[in-house]
Design a protein around this ligand. Structure first.
Ligand code: ADP
Length: 175
């Protein structure tokens, strides 16, 4: 049974075994959460990305590096579909969460923090990005004991909490 919680804040400070990066197919750093992770973790993460992913990664896939100076041990890099560029296959977004948890299992990570993949520059509609995150993690077959969904901003945080409440059968708050 995986405990899923919502956290408001910056994923780079999370004390978990692995944090997940919303990367891009080139796997050479970028903006948003990707830039924050490379800045906070230092240059070893990029060096490992170059070594381990010489050809980058496809949308929906994931791979890992160590975490440099971050408190986590590993960074699991996953490539969300770029909704803004017309990549709107929801199964790719679900695959990001599933593949990341598979990699966490391979690493033996028991606690994992996710950002809201594709919900930033890639433009996936917010409510559906949150639904895909919560529902896919909740349905995953994984040995990860603790998953944190880290929301950068209070609106996203509240929306993740509402979706999680629905998952445990309390039902969403009525307006
Ligand atoms: P994508 O290109 O997959 O859309 P972004 O990094 O642009 O990725 O955004 C993904 C989500 O991560 C957005 O909800 C954004 O607000 C959030 N985000 C940006 N920086 C951080 C951070 N340091 N910690 C956690 N979440 C972050």
């Amino acid at each position: 049974m995986t405990a899923i919680t919502a956290v408001l804040g910056d994923i780079t400070g999370q004390r978990v075994d692995a944090i997940v990066n919303a990367a891009n197919t080139a796997m050479r750093g970028g903006g948003g959460v990707d830039g924050a992770i490379h800045r906070a973790g230092g240059p070893s993460i990029l060096r490992e990305c170059i070594d381990r992913f010489p050809d980058g990664l496809a949308a929906g896939d994931a791979g890992w590096t160590t975490a440099g100076e971050l408190p986590a041990r590993w960074v699991i890099h996953t490539v969300g579909p770029n909704y803004a560029a017309g990549q709107r296959d929801r199964s790719l977004l679900q695959s990001c969460y599933r593949r990341s948890l598979q990699i966490a299992d391979e690493l033996g990570a028991r606690s994992v923090a996710f950002p809201l993949i594709s919900a930033g520059v890639y433009g996936w509609p917010r409510e559906d990005a949150i639904a895909a995150a919560v529902d896919t993690i909740a349905a995953a077959d994984t040995r990860v004991a603790e998953v944190r969904i880290v929301a950068f901003g209070r609106d996203n945080y509240e929306a993740v909490r509402r979706r999680l409440e629905g998952q445990v059968g309390q039902g969403p708050a009525t307006a």
